[in-house]
Write a protein of this length. Structure first.
Ligand code: FES
Ligand code: FES
Lengths: 86, 753, 161
């Protein structure tokens, strides 16, 4: 399942600064595995705690979230809201 | 009120019933944590560091232990060791210091005795030998090349290239988009400004308090005031090295939190003392302790550069943000980076944000953490651009405001949001055009907060008489119980006063994340709606049995089961008729809803502030204030207004006089309400709250969290109004009389634009 | 340590309690008498959460020593309602949503009643200054001021009827 992946700019180290990449996966977890194969190190960065936005919905713990073929997903820093020790 | 989108008409949602817990609160019967007393209870007192930075050489508790009434003394040695890298390392060594103290007021031991006086005397007899270390008290000092390093293991996270030496910079966050240089090259106007702000306290009126009772079976019960009793349970267990389930946490009424009661301070100490003494232990902080050892929101140093075309469109932004999170890692910088440019379309930007540690109390969340400060910088600079370009400040914002589909700082497109609607609501309000008197000025500012979802659980029980009890796991810090009851009333068709909303303890309701990020009415509300919808299916099934028809021929209409089939007409059945026969139709009626809520809608707010500056003294008096905010759908409008009012009042205090003041050794000099001074009734005018309703597509009633956004715009609104009144731009907080007077008298101000 | 025996009237009822000489009236009310309506927000006279009326005077009970209560008449939030009937201030606070967390509410109610006893028809400024000794961090005071205005109107109407 091919998905368009958008990385927030703080996550682009492993892609050499590229914002949008393509990867495969039927769930967000599988997608991260594939991204890690394509861009070594990216998996760790993504598993360390990110949220995703799919179809306009911010999802904080997305590992098993299903993905649609040709869909678009945005990886963003985990937003802990008021719990953050700001 | 402005309703900007058509919405279904509701019977209960959007009404203003008297809240269910109100009677107890106006009669003095409500039980806050400090009001609870357990049989056989003794009292715990914390021993705190007088030094801002020191190594603990030794702690001698022998004299304290021998004092009258003393039942237990504990130190860091009574807790499992934690190493850097542990998930909650900072929290653990903050609750009780191990080898070092990091700020004045840092807890390092605790004593329990029969009376509070005895405990106090024994606490004073705990002998601590310190090796005093140089205190790092400012951002500049923390970042100086030869600065003493607070944490020997602290390697800057996110540094590129990776950090090789430990430092006081805990994190770096970077976001960017487009091409900065070419962006600025398109600009007709470029301004660059610097801002400084000091730590402030949430200032909840109820000090932290708890009672812990540990049994001989190694299980403990904690009664406490917190924004999230499930997180009290897990954090306390982490500190003690216990399984979560050895701890039951029963939430007391909470006397204000604003983010500051999302973390723990006393509970593990009370449990450890209680385990040692074999008695329930009550601990209540003094106000002095609350100021010195809990809470502050970060201080900052911010530098922003903005470029605009002469038509007002923003083309480039460069932000360098430094947040101090007290003595530990924090996320002020990350949250600052996420909010600084979020509200506006800026095609080319770079943001770099640092989190820095200094020897002051560990910061805690405070209502829309970090955002009021980025707004202070950004919104005052927009005001300057509007003035320089001769554009109305609201028109400038409408021109640049993000709307549905525009990319956020992190790249994803916004869903439906109500920013422009909030701007229009203020522009069209009489306040915006009202004449001003001498020495008066008007300022406008906007604010943004993203809000969160997370996990929530709810249980609905129908009682024998047809009334309902709704149990959730969300502590009610501002009227959320009434909102839960309203949504349940709407779903079930039961009168809102026949619904009893209850906050369940950790063993009475499913896991629920902390009340934070403006999530209670949004996420826990979704769980309540889910439980109610399941209940309606159950009710239809029971009614079908009683009518002797198929469930598919029974609808739920206005609190009644209505037969829709083609057989002879059947009388509708009310909830009370169904519950009365519950035993015969399948037993008690109960339903639960548990979910991880996705799609918390961002909240926007726009404020206009009128104020008067006394040119002789520099005293600023806010004379009129109007605040619009997108609530999605206001479930209980009075409490939405209340959240807006509260945020505005805190923001005005932050703008005009609140700050932590330390002496040169890092000892806090204003740890009392008298010296810290939060706004009192005579400092403020009425606050006109305009509720804008652009429903959040992800919530069944369109709710957006409303708890936090209201504190974001006041600081810049006040600053812009001071400029309008005096011609002076003040870029350092607080804008106290001394500072305002200084700005006026130095001919346009040292910071004058 | 010998304790002090205090006899007084609390909310219309005769009351007796033992206290330490250095104990505050607030602590005695809460810990010895069991009336926890008055709260401790600061213990230094700065927040008004501990407001009570003693012999007709509004004061911060955290600043009064418990033995000073000997022979006095004290009223606290617990005594405001008469039987089933809430005091108009209590009713107006409820209906006007003049509380959020509610920890400041007992102090505001006691202080507002003292204000209305003194000045039955205060304007907004008089209410704001009259309640300036009470801190509320949740409400921004807007709905509190309105509730006091509403209660003043109601009390005047009751007295005139
Ligand atoms: S507790 Fe008495 S004034 Fe604050
Ligand atoms: S309602 Fe919370 S302090 Fe007043």
């Amino acid at each position: 399942m091919a998905v368009r992946v958008h990385l927030s700019s703080n996550l682009r180290g492993p892609t050499g600064g590229v914002a949008e990449v393509e990867a495969d996966g039927s769930t967000v977890g599988a997608l991260i595995d594939d991204l890690d194969r394509r861009y070594p190190g990216l998996g760790d960065a993504l598993r360390a705690g990110v949220s995703v936005v799919i179809d306009g919905l911010l999802i904080a713990h997305p590992e098993y979230e299903p993905l649609a073929d040709g869909g678009r997903i945005y990886f963003v820093p985990q937003t802990a809201g008021g719990s953050s020790h700001a | 009120m402005t309703v900007t989108e058509p919405k279904p008409s509701y019977k209960y949602v959007g009404t203003r019933p008297v809240r269910h817990d109100g009677l107890e609160k106006v009669t003095g019967r409500a039980r806050f944590a400090a009001d609870l007393n357990m049989s056989g209870q003794i009292h715990g007192i914390v021993v705190r560091s007088p030094h801002a930075h020191a190594r603990i050489v030794s702690i001698d508790t022998s004299e304290a232990e021998a004092m009258p009434g003393v039942k237990a003394v504990i130190t860091g040695d009574d807790f499992p060791a934690v190493e850097p890298g542990h998930r909650q390392y900072d929290m653990c060594i903050n609750v009780i210091a191990r080898d070092k103290v990091f700020y004045e007021g840092h807890a390092l031991a605790a004593v329990a005795a029969s009376t509070r006086d005895q405990a106090q005397a024994a606490a004073a007899a705990v002998k601590v030998t310190y090796e005093v270390l140089p205190a790092v008290l400012t951002i500049e000092a923390a970042m100086a090349p030869d600065a003493p390093v607070l944490h020997a293991h602290m390697m800057t996270a996110g540094a590129d290239p990776p950090a090789e030496q430990p430092s006081n910079i805990s994190n770096v966050t970077r976001f960017s988009s487009g091409e900065l240089d070419s962006g600025f090259a398109q600009a007709d106007l470029v301004i660059e400004r610097e801002f400084t702000t000091q730590p402030v306290h949430q200032g909840y009126i109820e000090p932290h308090a708890c009672v812990a009772d540990t049994g001989q079976d190694g299980h403990t019960t904690i009664w406490c005031s917190s924004q999230g009793h499930f997180s009290v349970r897990s954090s306390t267990a982490t500190l003690l090295g216990w399984e979560n389930t050895r701890i039951r946490v029963i939430p007391a009424e909470i006397g204000g939190g604003f983010g500051g009661k999302t973390t723990i301070y006393l509970e593990p100490l009370a449990v450890a003392l209680s385990a040692k003494a074999g008695r329930p232990v009550k601990m209540v902080m003094t106000r002095d302790e609350v100021f010195r050892a809990t809470g502050p929101a970060p201080g900052t140093k911010l530098r922003i550069k903005l470029g605009a075309k002469s038509d007002g469109s923003l083309v480039a932004g460069d932000a360098y943000l430094i947040y101090t999170n007290g003595a530990y890692t924090g996320s002020g910088g990350l949250l600052g980076a996420m909010t600084v440019f979020e509200s506006y379309k800026i095609p080319n930007f770079e943001i770099e944000a640092l989190d820095v540690v200094i020897n002051t109390a560990r910061s805690a969340a405070y209502r829309a953490p970090a955002a009021p400060l980025t707004a202070f910088a950004m919104e005052t600079m927009l005001d300057e651009i509007a003035t320089d370009l001769g554009i109305d400040p609201i028109d400038l914002r409408i021109q640049n405001a993000v709307t549905e589909g525009d990319p956020s700082t992190m790249g994803f497109p916004f869903a439906r949001i109500g920013f422009v609607e909030c701007l229009e609501a203020v522009r069209d309000h009489p306040n915006y055009k009202a004449p001003l008197g001498p020495n008066q000025g008007r300022g406008v500012a906007a604010g943004y907060w993203f809000n969160i979802g997370e996990s929530s659980s709810a249980t609905v029980n129908l009682n024998e008489d047809g009334t309902a009890t709704v149990v959730t796991g969300s502590p009610d810090i501002g009227g959320s119980r009434a909102s839960m009851a309203l949504m349940a009333a709407e779903e079930l068709g039961i009168d809102v006063h026949d619904i009893r909303p209850v906050v369940g303890d950790t063993e009475a309701v499913g896991f629920t994340d902390t009340t934070e990020g403006s999530r209670a009415t949004f996420a826990t509300g979704m769980a309540v709606v889910e439980a109610c919808r399941r209940m309606v299916v159950e009710l239809r099934g029971r009614a079908a049995k009683m009518m002797g028809v198929d469930i598919d021929d029974v609808d739920w209409v206005d609190g009644q089961a209505v037969y829709t089939g083609s057989d002879d007409e059947k009388a509708p059945l009310s909830v009370a008729e169904i519950t009365a026969k519950a035993k015969r139709t399948g037993g008690p009626l109960t339903a639960t809803g548990s979910l991880e809520a996705h799609g918390a809608g961002p909240g926007f707010a726009v404020h206009v502030c009128d104020l008067e500056v006394d040119p002789e003294t520099g005293v600023v008096r806010v004379v009129r204030y109007t605040a619009s905010q997108d609530a999605g759908t206001a479930i209980h409008p009075s409490y939405v207004e209340g959240q807006i009012h509260g945020g505005v009042a805190q923001g005005i205090g932050w703008a005009l006089n609140e700050e932590y003041i330390y002496d040169s050794d890092g000892v806090m000099e204003n740890p009392s309400f008298l010296d810290y001074r939060v706004p009192v009734a005579s400092d403020l005018p009425m606050i006109d709250a305009i509720i804008v309703e652009v429903p959040n597509p992800a919530h069944p009633y369109g709710v957006r969290g409303v708890g936090e956004t209201g504190i974001v715009p006041p600081i810049p609104a006040v600053a812009n109004a001071i400029h309008s009144a005096t011609g002076c731009r003040i870029r350092d907080l607080p804008m106290s009389p001394v500072r305002v007077l200084g700005a006026i008298t130095s001919n346009g101000g040292s910071n004058g634009a | 340590m010998s304790r002090v025996h205090v006899t007084c009237t609390i909310n219309g009822d005769p009351a007796e309690f033992l206290c330490d000489g250095g104990q505050t009236l607030l602590d005695a009310l809460r810990d010895e008498v069991g009336l926890t309506g008055a709260k401790e927000g600061c213990g230094t006279g700065d927040c008004g959460a501990c407001s009570v009326v003693m012999d007709g005077r509004l004061l911060c009970s955290c600043l009064v020593l418990a033995p000073e209560a000997e022979g006095t008449t004290i009223s606290t939030v617990e005594g405001m309602a008469s039987g089933d009937d809430l005091h108009p201030l209590q009713q107006c606070f409820l209906e006007g949503a003049a509380l959020q967390c509610g920890v400041c509410t007992p102090g505001f109610l006691v202080a507002a009643r003292a204000l209305l006893d003194r000045n039955p028809d205060p304007d907004e400024t008089e209410i704001r200054y009259g309640l300036a000794g009470n801190l509320c961090r949740c409400t921004g005071y807007d709905k509190i001021v309105r509730a006091v205005q509403a209660a003043a109107t109601e009390i005047t109407a009751i007295n005139e009827s």
